[in-house]
Design a binder for this molecule. Structure first.
Ligand code: HDE
Length: 684
């Protein structure tokens, strides 16, 4: 028996009522049926002449573009930058002159190693790329959340990246550095030692993009309105402080919410809690730089803040999410070569290589030299020249002349020696050589400086980081070589990592190229040495049940609001619950969908008499146990005290706050604000 279809797509038809725009092809032809392809008869073959089907499927087939070879996974937002006051004595850059003038910005944060579909809380460097749409053209400050880099010369970048990417034969591991080829490359590249200290520290597992420092890494130049030239290092500092996750928490989050960082940024902006950073520079003369005991052209070195302090320039606020991820975040094209008058490069060999690489990568990724015409990349000031044609040319430039000089077309764009970009006329001479400067040879003194400057918990985390990663590296000789490098940084650090690996006394004996110095610590590089307290921007998870005490709920919510934090409610099941006063509330999560790893601090406050409901759920006990292990402040109502017992947590334990009455909630917030995490609870 033959089956008959209606030929009308049944219930899926949503035909136009007249109020909404009509669905058309890309040529503007109104589509009559978007549910069914054109066939011969009811069950016959499809027809090649179905131009709507072919256009729709062909467009779909070409939806993907090559993802970025590095920094593929990223998330962006719009905002603005405003200087505190005119910085004319330092730079003539227009966007740094007038405190009343806001310059629009677009920022993209990213991980480096993983693919676009990888997870957010991998141990990795984070990209921090800012496009300023200034009145003098686009300026891209393409930085990272770590102030130094793995290598000193761009020629090593493909090797570095190949070593960290999945092995070419088996295509794993994905989005991580804990494997043989990476540590082999690193252990054979002594210049990476300082960077590895940062990458094994908490910096590589940030709590949020909103709680991350940013750095320009290289030394750049700034040119004042009078023509004075200074070297500068760029710093972004978040208003919320630079805060991190603990390692096991990051691992759990990768499974529970692979989009943790993008969700966090998007939600904060949606609720009007706009993240903010201060832009500063360390400015110094070339003469001063000659007196430093490291070379400022070497991107594996910081300029300690004790040597040159930060000069705040202004603030950046992100206040608008993108309308379309692909059009904006995916197609945005950053190039360190995009500078404006008043900012110039230095001879840092890594920077010089980048000045070539980014333009090249955009051509291959976006497929056309006209990528500057994509709205997210377009300058917001007028731009005109005689570049013409090419794939996807969007502009229909007028006139018969496309050259200058020309006497045939007086109205065409012309150069302007006064307003135009000019390069600082630095005198350069020398032989053509392939060499590494001797002034780049000290790979350990600043690595030691970093380690010495961390608080004991931070040092402990770094030791854990090294031990975890090297533990995943199966090649024994690589581990030994790496332990040898660590010994040159700090004997105790090396010994503790070796002990965790069960490799005491097995470090390879390595000799540094130049003697290792004994630097003064620089507390500014520690995330927690100067922690000022507070929980602004953080998230409190409140685990409760139907009938939740309305007074406790209100107290927790009010405390969070006052502190600039947010509360999310977790109930055992999906669906609405009622408060003790009968008000219906929609929990944000159900228990199995929201492990406590997703929150900065937690409260467990089931309804009076319903603790048994939680006690019967192993996930609830795990929820509390995990919050304890992740060093979170835990508020526990009397009704939930048994959960603590079941999780084998003492009521008097550090960072556990009993909520006998709603007023005790204040105590909970005080404890949660005092320190980012309850470091005392960390196992010795
Ligand atoms: Fe990049 N880097 N990089 N990089 N980088 C790219 O450009 C490259 C380096 C950074 O959100 C690529 O558009 C070379 C340092 C960020 O779109 C590529 C070298 C720093 C982003 C590229 C470096 C960065 C990139 C890949 C060594 C911190 C993401 C896709 C000489 C100061 C920007 C793309 C975004 C992206 C090359 C080293 C930061 C291939 C050759 C050092 C934040 O062009």
């Amino acid at each position: 028996m033959s089956k008959q279809s209606t030929g009308k797509g049944g219930e899926t038809h949503q035909t136009a009522t007249g109020d909404e725009p009509r669905l058309t092809t890309n040529q503007g032809v109104v589509v009559s049926d978007d549910q069914n392809a054109l066939t011969v008869g009811h069950r016959g073959p499809q027809l090649l002449e179905d131009f709507h089907l072919r256009e729709k499927i062909t467009h779909f087939d070409h939806e993907r573009i090559p993802e970025r070879v590095v920094h593929a996974r990223g998330y962006g937002a719009h905002g603005y930058f405003e200087p505190y006051k005119s910085q004319a004595d330092l730079t003539k850059a227009a966007f740094l002159q007038n405190p009343k003038e806001r310059t629009p910005v677009f920022v993209r944060f990213s991980t480096v190693a993983g693919r676009a579909g990888s997870f957010d809380t991998a141990r990795d460097v984070r990209g921090f790329a800012v496009k300023f749409y200034t009145s003098e053209g686009n300026y891209d400050l393409v930085g990272n959340n770590i102030p130094v880099f793995f290598i000193q010369d761009a020629i090593k970048f493909p090797d570095l990246i190949h070593s960290v990417k999945p092995a070419p034969d088996r295509d794993f591991p994905q989005a991580q550095s804990a494997h043989d080829s990476f540590w082999d490359f690193i252990s054979l590249t002594p210049e990476s030692t300082h960077m590895m200290m940062w990458v094994m520290s908490d910096r590589a597992i940030p709590r949020s993009f909103r709680m991350m420092d940013g750095f320009g890494v290289h030394t750049f130049r700034m040119i004042s309105t009078k023509g004075d030239v200074k070297f500068v290092k760029f710093h972004w500092r978040p208003k919320l402080g630079a805060l991190s996750l603990v390692w096991d928490e990051a691992v759990v989050i990768n499974g529970a919410d692979p989009d943790f960082h993008r969700r966090d940024l998007w939600s904060a902006i949606e609720r009007g809690d706009f993240p903010e950073w201060e832009l500063s520079v360390q400015a110094f003369t070339e003469k001063e730089a000659e007196g430093f005991d490291f070379d400022v052209l070497d991107p594996t070195k910081i300029v300690p803040e004790e040597l040159v302090s930060l000069r705040p320039l202004g603030r950046m606020v992100l206040d608008r999410n993108v309308d379309n991820f692909f059009a904006e975040t995916e197609q945005v094209a950053f190039c360190p070569s995009h500078v404006v008058p008043g900012i110039d490069f230095s001879n840092d060999p890594l920077l010089q290589g980048r000045l070539f690489s980014y333009l090249d990568t955009q051509l291959s990724r976006l497929g056309s030299p006209n990528f500057h015409q994509i709205p997210i990349n377009q300058p917001k000031c007028p731009f005109a020249n005689f570049q013409r044609d090419g794939h996807m040319q969007m502009a229909a430039q007028q006139g018969r002349v496309a050259n200058e000089p020309s006497s045939l077309d007086d109205g065409g764009p012309r150069e302007d020696p006064k307003a135009g970009f000019t390069t600082v006329p630095v005198r350069e001479e020398g032989d053509k050589l392939r060499v590494r400067p001797e002034s780049f040879a000290d790979h350990y003194t600043q690595a030691k400086l970093f380690y010495k400057s961390l608080t004991p918990p931070e040092q402990k985390h770094m030791i854990g980081g090294f031990a975890f990663e090297l533990g995943k590296c199966q090649a024994l000789e690589v581990r030994k070589r790496m332990l040898g490098r660590l010994q040159l940084v700090d004997k105790d650090l090396a010994a503790q990592v070796a002990a965790k690996l069960g490799m005491e006394g097995q470090a390879e004996k390595l000799k540094p190229a130049v003697p290792v110095g004994d630097p003064e610590p620089s507390p500014a590089v520690s995330q927690y040495a100067g922690f000022e307290g507070g929980i602004a921007g953080k998230k409190i998870g409140l685990l409760t049940t139907n009938g939740v005490d309305a007074k406790v709920l209100t107290a927790v919510q009010k405390g969070a609001k006052d502190a600039g934090a947010v509360v999310e409610i977790i109930a055992p099941k999906v669906g609405t619950i009622k408060t003790s006063q009968g008000k219906e509330i929609e929990p944000d999560h159900f228990l199995t969908g929201a492990p406590s790893a997703l929150f900065d601090c937690v409260v467990v406050a089931p309804a009076e008499g319903s603790a048994d409901e939680l006690l019967a759920m192993p996930q609830a006990v795990d929820w509390v146990r995990m919050a304890y292990a992740h060093l979170k402040v835990i508020g526990v109502s009397e009704a939930a005290a048994q959960l603590l017992d079941r999780a084998q947590i003492e009521r008097e334990a550090e960072g556990v706050v009993m909520l006998g009455k709603p007023a005790d909630v204040a105590n909970f917030y005080e404890t949660a604000s005092a320190s980012h995490r309850v470091w005392q609870r960390e196992p010795a």
